[in-house]
Design a protein around this ligand. Sequence first.
Ligand SMILES: [Zn+2]
Length: 331
Amino acid sequence: MKWLPMLLALLCTICFVPVCANSQTPQKPDRQVAITIDDLPAGMADRLPAADITAMTTKLLGTLRDQKIPVVGFVNEKKLYKTGEVDERIKALQMWLDAGFELGNHTFSHASLNQVGLKAWEDEVIQGESVTRMLLAQRKMKLRYFRHPYLDTGRDLLTRREAEAFLVARGYRIAPITLDGWDWMFAGLYEDAKKRNDAALQQQIVKEYLAYHDAVFAYSEQLSAKVVGYEPKQILLLHASNLEADHIGELLDVLRKRGYRFIPLEDALGDQAYSLPDTYVGEEGTGWIDHWAITQGKIPQGAPPFPQWVIDRTKELHLSTGTVTPPTDPY
Ligand SMILES: [Zn+2]
């Protein structure tokens, strides 16, 4: 009975080839993310000399430009004012525009709306505009984005709405965030390890920073589906640091592996998710998926825990350098 195996082989070919073809090319999700980088010219601008800020900026922008990633950087102009270094620090900001990126306002001195009160915070917004607005105007660009320091958007709804109206009246669009892997926590430790030439620790920090971001991305995607009903065009919060200058390329690969492509902030903000009802108020700033969840009466759960050893090593570092308390988060 030679025909039976032949028939089976024929049936298998007919039935299974399409199945095999499908399983070989699984559909990758089409995800989109806008990259934003805060605390320009550098998160640790008070500790880094201007030459180091220039070197860090050169490296960071080199990767972003080579990979054609659209980015908006958010400035704290107070970080420009260090005796003898003002020109070079302003030049570091100019480098962002020269590379084709955009700059936004992050207040003059990284002031929290929840801490300083509405009037003082409004003054901070205005004071934070001078140099950035001038640099943008030289390129016929407008200052149009604002990012809340610490993501603090107000402790009560009246303050929140008044602050928003103030920003709109000055021509700003608020830049929310939906993805946040607390890179600034890793960046502080990395900076110290780099200064001490501790290559093993640097490697350990980078590995953890990439793994934690991957876990945060997965969590945020799931939370998005539950809260928004789909995964909106996401907005990632990062900070200008040597960690990002040295390793942002690997982080972008983590995003690519998850199916992300990189889009301008303007495109991301076109997603209808950013018009969802949002009445979040609180002592602690947080991301916008949390805002929407809490507005809907849902409590976000299951966020990946931040690696404890990074917290512990950071505390040790600040104790050994004479700082009694660990640093407040420089969101
Ligand atoms: Zn910040």
